[in-house]
Design a binder for this molecule. Structure first.
Ligand code: AVI
Length: 318
């Protein structure tokens, strides 16, 4: 595999215990969903993406498969494609297959080894493409390097509806930063999950095989592994509920019996039936997302599936 010039922005290691303790002090009690993704959590998430009930991944892939030529036409020739949280760089291949003379691909990911491995595979598969991996936390402000050739347009790619895991204010701030990154006239190609029947949504986050339950409970295992918190994980159960008013699926860990959780010198008393909220996954309508993005971007194109369950949207920075 080719040796790629890694730009290492040395992302700060997360303060798992500090952030979890602060979140547990909040009312209602919370834990940050970004901590799902340790090694075990990432493996479980990969399995979630294959589950029959978890429609987003396969629906987004089908949309990409069908509309990649139109998306590539919208991005135009000589674009610089910047992928935020590139992971295994799987979905981007459908675009790279169609883009005309892209000047570069910059995958940004916090996991150095995973990034180098995935970027190496892309460089192998697309020998003409200038691949510049960047190890960074894409949620933090950063200055991107200049590509070797001047691009016609900078386009950020953010698939997977990860935007749905941000609360609306966080999403607005994030979108404003991305607009700054791609500059005026630049673009954002983004996967956005859409509002649908509550039964479909709740099943997607509470699958019959119990993989999502294991993914949720792994957060407690992680805290135990990393800070020896001694939480009785079996005393909690997974719950996924649709909150229609807030338009989001919420994942919780509900105590089956009274519990004491000791973290960082604090002890949290959790009574039977009380829950810790671990994730919100917002589901948008096309109109609500256009309005959420409107300070920084204008929606220019939307591609969906026949059931309108998921969308891939092209937004232009104002
Ligand atoms: C990563 N993110 C978009 C997923 C979602 O659907 O909100 C995380 C997830 N949580 C449970 N299942 C999948």
């Amino acid at each position: 595999m080719p040796q790629l010039p890694l730009l290492d922005l040395e992302p700060q290691a997360d303060d798992v215990v500090g952030e979890c303790t602060a979140a547990m002090r909040a009312s209602p009690r919370q834990l940050p969903c970004k901590f799902f993704y340790d090694r075990r959590g990432s493996q479980l998430f990969d399995r979630i993406c294959e589950l029959p009930e978890y429609y987003p991944t396969r629906t987004e892939l089908a949309i990409l498969h069908e509309h990649a030529p139109a998306m590539a036409a919208r991005l135009g020739p000589r674009c610089l494609l910047i992928e935020l949280g590139s992971g295994s760089s799987v979905k981007v291949r459908k675009l790279l297959d169609e883009l005309v003379d892209p000047v570069g691909y910059m995958p940004i990911d916090i996991s150095r080894e995973h990034l180098l491995d995935a970027a190496g595979q892309i460089a192998d598969a697309y020998p003409e493409l200038d691949v510049q991996p960047i190890c960074a936390d894409y949620a933090q402000p950063m200055t991107l390097p200049e590509p070797t050739q001047p691009p016609q347009r900078r386009v950020a790619y953010f698939p997977g509806s990860t935007i749905g895991n941000l609360h609306p204010d966080e999403a607005r701030r994030f979108l404003a930063r991305v607009a700054g990154m791609v500059q005026q006239g630049g673009g954002l190609l983004i996967g956005v999950d859409l509002r649908k029947e509550p039964a479909v949504l709740e099943a997607a986050y509470n699958d019959a095989a119990g993989v999502t339950a294991a993914f949720n409970l792994n957060l407690l295992h992680r805290i135990n592994r990393e800070v020896g918190a001694g939480i009785d994980v079996d005393a909690f159960e997974h719950q996924a509920v649709w909150n229609g008013e807030a338009s989001r699926v919420e994942m919780h860990l509900v105590a089956r019996s009274d519990q004491h959780v000791a973290l960082n010198g604090d002890t949290f008393h959790i009574t039977v039936g009380e829950s810790i909220r671990t994730e919100c996954s917002y589901k948008h309508t096309l109109a609500s997302f256009a309005s959420l993005a409107s300070e920084a971007f204008e929606v220019v194109d939307v591609w969906t599936d026949a059931r309108q369950w998921f969308s891939v949207q092209y937004l232009e920075a104002k």
